[in-house]
Design a protein around this ligand. Structure first.
Ligand code: NAD
Ligand code: ZN
Length: 348
């Protein structure tokens, strides 16, 4: 089968012919319906070096955002039907600690001794024709379109988890949320905020096209530039925003989000770009919080699928064939996409 492989540090991935994997005990083989290309993949192949976590050392198939149909069951797997459509929960923890017991493999207490972080993250992922997945990591899609669903498993799940943690800040009337970075994750965040809260969603990106799409998803937009924070604060009734989500994560975006916060506000940095900021008693709005976050839980993924099936959220996607999978990454890297890139390996 064909697969996109992370072959070496600081090297653009390549399309290879590899053996179709065989599901082990407790695992299933999925025929991939959709494989989303995430900016985290770009960080892996472009920025990681030999000093990066050994669990992410090169030599694996990329792809941690997948949907697919069950093709084959491994030993001991029952209760699943060949041909049914599922979404994949990508993180894989030890399965025994308390966070894993809660379906929060992202915060596995034994992560340091795990050989990989998840599917497409140290272990072969689903940017391929087939992928092997632990049966526990499957969330049923029912009769929902599995191709457009692929971005739910990261772009929507990560945004949903961050927003859920901020719901106490956004409950009640007259609330304001800020979304910085309107790519794969940010567009989902705008949709989820609109569906879950009555807050006014203020959104920004360096690309006008991304802002137009956010407006179509229910946001009011503010362009970049020197007056950006003043404009955001003015839109937010002069108080500042109650919750901010930074899907870029460089120092200037973290600082802009921080400066836009209201008293009691919560800033969640989702973008993995190693930006940094200062905090001091006198400059921080009283009782404001800055947090980071990583992906979400299996239970969150069930919620996200329920929202998709109810028509409350729908990823904007740009579809690519397996032949064009590398082109999807090239366009993601250069900012040329106008929707989440989803590779569809099997054209019906
Ligand atoms: P993407 O490339 O689809 O979108 C990024 C968007 O940010 C683009 O629209 C781009 O124009 C915009 N942008 C870039 N620089 C900007 C700036 N200075 N100001 C405003 N907008 C700017 O990326 P994505 O796949 O949506 O991922 C977003 C980030 O989230 C990445 O850093 C990725 O690694 C990270 N991520 C984090 C998690 C997590 O669990 N924390 C999970 C998935 C992805
Ligand atoms: Zn990702």
């Amino acid at each position: 089968m064909r697969a996109v492989v992370f072959t070496d540090y600081e090297t653009f991935p390549s399309l290879h012919e590899v053996e179709r994997p065989v599901p082990g005990p407790g695992e299933v083989l999925l025929k991939v319906a959709g494989a989303g290309a995430c900016h985290s993949d770009v960080a892996i192949y472009k920025e990681f070096t030999a000093t990066s976590p050994v669990s992410l050392a090169p030599g694996f198939v990329l792809g941690h955002e997948n949907s697919g149909w069950i093709e084959e069951l491994g030993a001991g797997v029952s209760g699943l039907r060949i041909g049914d459509a599922y979404l994949v929960y990508g993180p894989i923890g030890c399965g025994r600690c308390k966070p894993c017991s809660l379906g929060q493999d992202t915060y596995c207490e034994n992560a340091a001794s795990m050989p990989y972080m998840g599917l497409g993250l140290g272990r072969d992922g689903g940017m391929a024709e087939y992928v092997v997945v632990p049966a526990r990591n499957l969330v049923p899609l029912g009769d929902a379109d599995p191709v457009a669903a692929a971005p739910l498993s990261d772009a929507a799940l990560t945004s949903y988890h961050a927003i859920k943690n901020s719901l106490p800040n956004l409950g009640g009337g007259g609330k304001f949320a800020l979304v910085i970075g309107l790519g794969g994750l940010g567009q989902m965040a705008v949709q989820i905020l609109t569906a879950l809260t009555g807050a006014t969603v203020i959104a920004t990106d360096t690309k006008p096209d991304a802002m137009r799409r956010a407006e179509a998803n229910g946001a009011v937009t503010v362009a970049g530039g020197e007056d950006q924070v003043a404009e955001i604060r003015a839109l937010a009734g002069g108080r500042g925003v109650d919750a901010a989500f930074d899907f870029v994560g460089v120092t200037p975006t973290i600082k802009a989000a921080q400066a836009s916060m209201a008293q009691g506000g919560r800033l969640t940095v989702v973008g993995i770009a190693n930006g940094a900021t200062e905090w001091s008693f006198f400059t921080a709005p009283y009782e404001s919080t800055i947090s980071n976050t990583y992906w979400g839980t299996i239970a969150d993924l069930h919620d996200v699928v329920a929202m998709y099936r109810a028509g409350q959220i729908r990823p904007d996607v740009e579809l690519f064939s397996m032949d064009d999978a590398l082109e999807a990454y090239r366009r993601l890297e250069s900012g040329e996409l106008s929707g989440r890139a989803v590779v569809v390996p099997h054209q019906s």
